[in-house]
Design a binder for this molecule. Sequence first.
Ligand code: ASP
Length: 283
Amino acid sequence: MHPVIVAHGGVGSGIEYKEDVVSAVKAGYEALLAGKSALEAVIITVKALEDNVKFNAGYGSYYNLAGEIEMDASVMTSDGRCGAVACVHGVKNPVLLARAVMDTPHVLMAGRGAVEYAKKIGLEFADLRSEKADKKLAEVKKKIREGYYPQWSEKMKNIDLSEYLGDTVGAVAMDMQGKFAAANSTGGISLKLPGRVGDSAIIGAGIYAGSEGAVVTTGIGEEIIKKVLAKAVYDKLAQLGAMKACRWGVDQYDEGIPVGIIAVDKKGYGVAANKQMAWHVLP
Ligand code: ASP
């Protein structure tokens, strides 16, 4: 079977992200052509995007409102195997930690325990802070007028979170054996309370894969979780095909809620977003 891989640079990411997404997709595609699995390919692609400071994943992740980096990531394959991490800090490539969780009896590991596990298995740690994220935090804080607990959690109810997303990364692929895989990674929305977990770590919400294909989403995690979006789109793959299934998924939201979806199935790929989104597919 001819392999295919698609990746995105987050709903809201502009044209200036396109080339970086293209080169990450190329790396994943070369791996597929060399006979590597869909899982290996999506990890190669997502890792390249995590290592690129432009994206809100790994190095370059946005901070929570306490100025800390807390990242979510996940992976899933056709055979239903999956692994995810939530609220992890310091781990250079959260997608590799999500992959490692797949080999444990667990599905989702969070916070301190997940970070300890990363140390135990020898994953790389790095200072992931960036000037870009420093600036973003300053902007966010200005916008909420330096509010504090618990007052600003009250205020948050009325805040339009769509202004605070962007540059999350994800990839889906089918390999030469016709097997599917998906991977996701994010620093989350830039206006978030410490401890907040988005869709990227939640199997079924931000990611899903099975015998029909693979799906990843980007957008306001809270809204994506409520609609269990990746699984809902996955369930439409057989009937609609990847392209229409992605469009159907985006159409479940009002325009004011930014959402992007990419998918692969047996016949091709799908991409849909209700806002600009840098993405690329190969071949
Ligand atoms: N879905 C991510 C989250 O809510 C953000 C994004 O896709 O930009 O954490």
